[in-house]
Design a protein around this ligand. Sequence first.
Ligand SMILES: Nc1ncnc2c1ncn2[C@@H]1O[C@H](COP(=O)(O)OP(=O)(O)O)[C@@H](O)[C@H]1O
Ligand SMILES: N[C@@H](CCC(=O)OP(=O)(O)O)C(=O)O
Length: 365
Amino acid sequence: MRSEIADAKRVVVKVGSSSLTGPDGHLDHGRVRELARLLSALHGRGARVVLVTSGAIAAGLLPLGLTRRPRDLETQQAAAAVGQGLLVRHYADAFAEHGVTVAQLLLTVEDVLRPRTYRNALNTISRLFRLGVVPIVNENDTVATHEIRFGDNDKLAALIAHLVRADALLLMSDVDGLYTAHPDTPGARRIDRVDDLTTLDVDTSRVGSKVGTGGMRTKLQAADIATQAGVSVVLGHADDLERALAGDEVGTFFAPVRKRRPRRLLWLAFAAEPRGFLHVDAGARDALLHGKASLLAAGIREVRGVFSEGEPVEMIGPDGHPVGRGFVAYSSADLEHEMGHSSSEAGHRHQRPVVHRDHMMLATD
Ligand SMILES: Nc1ncnc2c1ncn2[C@@H]1O[C@H](COP(=O)(O)OP(=O)(O)O)[C@@H](O)[C@H]1O
Ligand SMILES: N[C@@H](CCC(=O)OP(=O)(O)O)C(=O)O
């Protein structure tokens, strides 16, 4: 019995295209209804639920007279644009049968990466929770080109899980867990529990189903992000969702590995695209890693990239290895100017740290 899942008060459930489609690749309405039934019941028990769902492209195939998922990006995006409205209509009708109102949120990974849009998304979700509404999230496929190529709904679900400080993330797919290699491979075994993703040795090189995108690779990345944010993760077959929610030992369980951290630091560590790189000397690296120090201009040897004050940057050690990430207190132009001066010089005495200790996440954190 997994009490972390059974007792979860905030739950993010992600369903992939492969578990929403029938053998013909089209949307399976029975599956949508079953999902709505289970999540309405969970919602009725007082849990705050977010559904992250793929399936827009699949729902767009039939109206466009397509028999299979298109290969080219533009047609995939067109199919998603046709299908998304239909997908949400099916969900809205199915949830309404249980008296539950749903909301549609279309996000790009970028929206969750930029501080302002991230905060706005959180505010909207929080308000929806208070209104008793179940948010239904999909990637905004019209603009999220990489998502369609790489199947980032897994990552999006993990980012949403730490955005809403979920207790549990359920990644539901067409496979009943993580296997040591593609399940068709002779000798492949299912793994019941993962306590440390860094020592995990599995083959995820073969991508998955005909309709899904990322295969296991993106699910493991999602599990990594979520478990490091203190979220328990179950990866399992969509048919086992009811049992997974009840805490039964189905699928693969990924134990959370860290205590919760401030949202903005998690964002920095797992989601942010650094806008610049600060190459630091050995003294600065050691002070950061072992002395819990802030980064001062004197320890920076080189600045790469163009950034404004407050943007995320990566700090790189003299050996070329990343030391950590932080929110920088100077623009790149101001920093270039500051670097030529020591903090003991007149006019530079009150130099603020370039990256304050409270605003960084180190590789060793
Ligand atoms: N090591 C592995 N363990 C389990 N499944 C794997 C593994 N490697 C590849 N796969 C494939 O990944 C698929 C699930 O990924 P995907 O098709 O992207 O699903 P979804 O649409 O649910 O996101 C499975 O159907 C399976 O064929
Ligand atoms: N966002 C798109 C496709 C994403 C996709 O296929 O993802 P997944 O099934 O989770 O691997 C959609 O709704 O069709």
